[in-house]
Design a protein around this ligand. Sequence first.
Ligand code: FAD
Length: 389
Amino acid sequence: MRSGRPLSLPWEAASMSFDHVSAVSAVIDDQVAVHAAEIDRTGTFPRANLDGLAKAGLLGLLSAPEVGGRGAGLRAAAHVIERLGSTCGSTAMVLLMHYAATAIIEAHGSEETRRAIARDEHLSTLAFSEAGSRSHFWAPLGTASANGDGQVRLDARKSWITSSGDADSYVWSSRPLQAEGPMSLWLVPSDAPGLTVAGPFDGLGLRGNGSNPVTGEAVPVPKGAMLGTDGAGLDIALQTALPHFLVLNAAFSLGLMETLVAKAAAHLVNTRLDHLDQSLAEQPTQRLAFADLRTRTDGVRAFLDDTLTALETGREDATLRVLQVKSVAGEAAPEVADGVMRLCGGSAFRKEVGVERAFRDALAARVMAPTTEALRDFVGRASLGLPLM
Ligand SMILES: Cc1cc2nc3c(=O)[nH]c(=O)nc-3n(C[C@H](O)[C@H](O)[C@H](O)COP(=O)(O)OP(=O)(O)OC[C@H]3O[C@@H](n4cnc5c(N)ncnc54)[C@H](O)[C@@H]3O)c2cc1C
């Protein structure tokens, strides 16, 4: 992918026997919908929701059947993230980061960790962004150095790690140990000595994410904690984690848009202008505005569906679609959210229609790396025959 070359992973499901649609619906009804507003209000990590997702077999959704996982493909994961995104953005983002980390662990991690994820007993996440290089995740400044005792010492100032403190492990980027190249990757247990989480997270949106800065100072890991080979971390991140992250991030934004548009529809149909004896839906101006929001949302769904099909069928433009899909959805979501805020008027400004939480959550995706600006550059490069970076 770094060179814009075709994506080569198996994107289709290895096993279709697991009913992810029913599984996620049940957790949403029993847990996620019940806790969503409270998680937003208090900014607490959605532990009960994660326990529910684990119990339903959804932490191990992408794990291969050979290690006991559900063996589902990216389309199933996109459905799960979309449904969660439409109910609790924080829970959706925590699971999204876990799925992106799982993709790397499945390809390069130990069998023990793979089995723990497949058993739904292990939550992971990505620790890429750093205070020094900010959203430029392809240029870590954190270091890995040989400790002399066969161990490796990691030092870094990670600026954002979703689920920090609550995840079991971090997929951690650093400069290579010895090799040439921009990056190496490590699986770091979250309770390793030398890690300090600076919380609690107090964000505008996704308030239950626990996306805190984490400092690593002389964090000891065995050499075997390296994921892939020394110096190959950027290629692994681009080929493996990035497609999952970009596609699932688009599904997350789509979930927010769907809930926003549904709430706008309910408001227009159920709210009346008594002096005219008409509903708001009967007003042409409101109807046209609503139609634009519906069409924008459906456009994103069509783009996401096409991206998944391109991956599943190995289409030549799959890489391009993957590079486009997060910003297509991530830019549409705040626009749709803003339109719904306007359409639902004063009741959206208060919390009664339940729109403003999705509005705040919709602002995150475009600044999550790769940001919209970085993706625009990647798309331009991929389309013009240049290397991505
Ligand atoms: C809710 C949330 C959860 C997150 N979770 C994680 C996580 O789990 N793991 C992780 O590794 N990271 C995570 N991040 C961090 C994220 O991926 C980005 O690194 C971070 O949001 C970037 O913010 P910044 O201010 O540090 O970036 P900056 O690099 O300062 O970017 C600020 C703005 O400037 C723009 N910009 C930067 N460079 C350029 C350029 N060269 N040309 C044009 N425009 C440019 C960017 O597009 C962006 O809009 C999370 C972020 C958020 C908001």
